[in-house]
Write a protein that binds this ligand. Structure first.
Ligand code: ZN
Length: 250
């Protein structure tokens, strides 16, 4: 955590705290979002996904994840002690884009090898985490975007934290484009063994600023600490550390 600074909310006058490196800040008293550098109103769409779990209910999701699947130790749900449960509304940019790639490559799985052409056309709601530091498995996170509403600060729980954006919209769009292009290159490589050329055109329709509820959980099992990340909208585990079977047995 860096030094906390403050800016005055242009809407309600309350102080809005922010940290160095943050670009957008949201007022916790009125939900207004401001561009820190200019003090101007943030004029794009700002959405929110609602969290459906309180600190007790989220434990049920955690325990049932611990019980399911045969990769986990059979006493995990019983013996694990949850030591930390933190709800954080993480900022994302959701980039809606249409992408089309045409490629030419060599198909070497038959003899003689042949040259092959193909097209990949896809629509995306590409997610970019608006934080620079955090290690978050964005590609594993299937955001239930159908549930999003206009940002409403009254729906944010008192015990939750809301993180501000450290990445500008234009930067997020560039990142989304690069990642989509990589994804298409990966897809083309499923079709041909060697790519001779690939051209990708990406049209961005809309980019929405979104806060999504994510639970960061720590649990102790046989003297060691493990981490879990859960989606607060549907209670699904986004990523979880699993102690190896037989862990703790000497
Ligand atoms: Zn305000």
């Amino acid at each position: 955590m860096g030094v906390v600074e403050e800016i005055k909310c242009p809407h309600c006058g309350a102080p809005i705290a922010f940290e160095p490196g943050e670009i957008l800040a949201t007022c916790k008293y009125c939900g207004f979002t401001v561009v820190i550098e200019t003090g101007q109103t943030f004029t794009y769409e700002h959405s929110l996904l609602l969290n459906k779990y309180d600190q007790t209910q989220i434990e049920d999701s955690i325990r049932s994840w611990m019980r399911e699947g045969f990769l986990k130790p059979s006493d995990l749900a019983r013996k694990a002690k949850i030591s930390e449960k933190q709800l954080i509304y993480l900022p994302f940019w959701v980039v809606s884009a249409e992408a089309k790639s045409t490629y030419k490559g060599v198909f070497e799985r038959i003899t003689p090898a042949v040259t092959k052409e193909g097209t990949i056309e896809k629509d995306y709601e590409w997610l970019v985490l608006a934080r620079k530091t955090s290690q978050f498995p964005t590609r594993d996170y299937e955001v239930p975007l159908e549930g999003k509403i206009a940002y409403d600060f009254r729906r944010i729980e008192g015990f939750a934290q809301v993180f501000n954006s450290e990445i500008e919209k234009a930067e997020a769009e560039e990142q989304a484009k690069a990642e989509i292009e990589n994804n298409h290159r990966f897809l083309a490589q499923q079709d041909v063994d060697k790519i001779i050329e690939i051209k990708t055109e990406i049209k961005i329709d809309e980019t929405v600023y979104l806060h999504a509820p994510v639970w960061f959980v720590k649990y102790d099992y046989k003297g060691k600490t493990f981490q879990l990340i859960l989606d607060g909208a549907e209670g699904a585990v986004i990523k979880g550390d699993i102690p190896p079977k037989g862990f703790g047995i000497l």
